[in-house]
Design a protein around this ligand. Structure first.
Ligand code: ATR
Length: 281
């Protein structure tokens, strides 16, 4: 008799635009694994019930996205170290019958730069634009990779200060991307929604890459559009740029491995598939 299919999910609200089902379906096909990965739209008021019925419905785990990452953090019985530092859970699985949660965004961020800008972590001070949930994952990744000078810049400086206090030594908080903060930076990361398709002022730059040195790397975690105005401007100046799609692809790897038992590869074919999907929208 065939093994029963392993069942996983991504839960969010809304969920229709999630690319995760495409990514996991590609890997299930590629590795010929009997498994499913389905998108579940669950309102915040129903989220706790959703979690409590996972195992009776046969799920081995899944991903959590907006707006449930903090609620998942609060609900799990145990968390990995990244989730503890980031304060949010994006991946769920069972450990001895208890629901466990992790956060793979920092790993995905670092793996994307490892793929497209090797040596990025030995390039000098890092500047992080934004101080929301995504910035927490980025700062965690930067700390994990030993970057000693991290400058967080956020319109609302109190949020940047909260992050500084959370991560401690080597992290500083600022309200504006003034030239002095950029002049010796080796890495500039945008985590704000500035430059995102469909947002107001999509052409506004969160910082001016003209102030960066020639060896700086510029990356954006926004991947729609793939080339944000920030990346376009940095590229026009001849700076090395890395788009945000790889972070999305790489953050999916650890979950797939936990649920389906095989570490999947982020291939050019997978990237092309998701790029085509983004263009179709
Ligand atoms: P996420 O979890 O995706 O990081 P978030 O917590 O809502 O989302 O954070 C969004 C980030 O984008 C914040 O740093 C926000 O700045 P504030 O803390 O000042 O709100 C930033 N952001 C959004 N719109 C912005 C704008 N028009 N100008 C500057 N920063 C903006």
């Amino acid at each position: 008799m065939a093994e029963p299919a392993l069942k996983a999910f991504v839960v969010g609200h809304p969920i229709a635009h999630s690319r995760s089902p495409k990514i996991h379906a590609y890997w299930l096909r590629r590795y010929d694994i009997a498994g499913t990965y389905e998108a579940m739209d669950v309102a915040p008021s129903d989220f706790e019930d959703f979690l409590s019925t996972l195992s009776e419905r046969g799920f081995v785990g899944g991903n959590v996205t907006i707006p449930h990452k903090e609620a998942a953090f609060a609900a799990v019985a145990r968390r990995d170290a990244a989730a503890e530092m980031i304060g949010a859970v994006n991946t769920l699985w069972f450990e001895n019958g208890a629901l466990a949660g992790g956060n793979t965004d920092a790993e995905g961020f670092a793996a994307n730069l490892d793929e497209f800008a090797p040596g990025w972590d030995r390039n000098g001070p890092a500047v992080v634009l934004g101080a929301g949930g995504a910035a927490r994952a980025v700062v965690h990744a930067l700390r994990q990779r030993g970057i000693g000078d991290i400058r967080i810049i956020n319109r609302t400086i109190s949020r940047a200060e909260e992050l500084r206090d959370r991560f401690g030594g080597g992290v500083t908080a600022h309200g504006k991307a003034v030239p002095d903060l950029l002049a010796d930076a080796g890495l500039l990361v945008n985590t704000t929604s500035l430059g995102m398709a469909g947002k107001n002022d999509a052409q506004v730059l969160p910082a001016d890459p003209d102030f960066l040195p020639a060896h700086a790397i510029v990356t954006d975690i926004v991947y729609a559009p793939l080339e944000t105005p920030l990346l376009a401007r940095a590229g026009a100046r001849g700076l090395k740029t890395v788009d945000g799609l790889g972070m999305l692809l790489h953050q999916a790897v650890p979950g797939f491995q936990r649920w389906f038992g095989r570490r999947p590869e982020v291939t050019p074919e997978l990237r092309a598939l998701v790029v085509a999907d983004l263009k179709a929208e």
